[in-house]
Design a binder for this molecule. Sequence first.
Ligand code: ADP
Length: 277
Amino acid sequence: MQPVLQAKGLRFCYEADKPALDGVSLDIFAGERIAVLGPNGAGKSTLFLCLTGVLAPDGGEIVLHGQTVGRKGRKRLCEHVGVVFQNADDQIIASTVAAEVSFGPMNLRLPRDEVARRVDNALDYMDLQAFRARPPHDLSGGEKKRVTIADMLAMQSEVLLLDEPFASLDPAGSERLEAVLARLSDEGRTLLIATHDMDFALRWATRAVVFAGGSVLADGAPQAVLADDTVLRRAQLRRPLLMEVWDTLRERGLAPADAPCPVSAGALARLLDGRAD
Ligand code: ADP
C-alpha cells in the first residue's frame, strides 16, 4: 500500500548547524491514528509546519501520494493536509468566527453554497453556532482552539495534524474533541496528534512515534512503544497510568500475566470481568 504522505530524511534548521529536524523519515498511511510524542523542543511542531508547507525543509523531501512536493508544489500540501497549530492566535485572522472558518474553503474557490455548507457543518461539529458572529480574538483560549479546529474541519483535508489540541480545553471540551476525532477517524481521515497526554495516546492511537532531539526515537504499536522504559527515559516521557495499574494488578495476581495492557478503563473493566473486547 502506498503511503498518503511521506517524510524522507527531512532536515530543517532555524539556526545554522542546529537542526530542529535531523533526518526524519516517516511513512503515513491512510486511516492511521498516530500519536506524536516527545519532550518540548523535540521537533514535533517543526515537522507539522514542514508537512503542511508552511516551512520548506532544508534537506530531504516530502512525498504526497507518491509524488515529491517541490518548493512550487507546497499549495498542494495545504489542500491535502490540514493543521491546528499549538497557539490559536498564530492561526486566527478574520474578524468573525464564521468569516474565519470560511476563509480556507473560500481560498479553494469553492461555490458560495458549498462554502456555507462546510462552515455550518464545522460550526456544528465544534458546537460554535452561538459564536458565529463573535470576533475570534475576544474568545477564551479553549473557544479559540475550537475555532481553529473548525477551520481545519471546513477544509475537509484527508490528513489532519493537530499540535497539542487538548492544551487549552476544559474537560467537556476535551471530551467533545475526542468524540470529533473518533468521528473523523471513522470517516477515514488520517490523523496525527502531537500530545503529552500518554493516557490519550494509549487509548486513541494505532501508532506511536516518539521524537527526541529532532529525530525519530521509536515508531510502533502504542502498547509496545509506551511500555519501553529505555524510550520513555530518553524522551522524558512517563508510562500511561493504565500501564502502571495493569502492572500492579498483574504483580498481585489480579490480572492475567499474558494479556496485553487494556487501552482504556472500560476495556480494563471488561477484561477483569472476563469479557473480551
Ligand atoms: P516541539 O514541537 O517538539 O516542542 P519544536 O519543533 O517547536 O519542538 O522545536 C524544535 C527546535 O527548534 C527547538 O530546539 C526549538 O527551540 C527550535 N525552534 C522552534 N521554533 C523556532 C523558531 N521560530 N526560531 C528558532 N528556533 C526555533
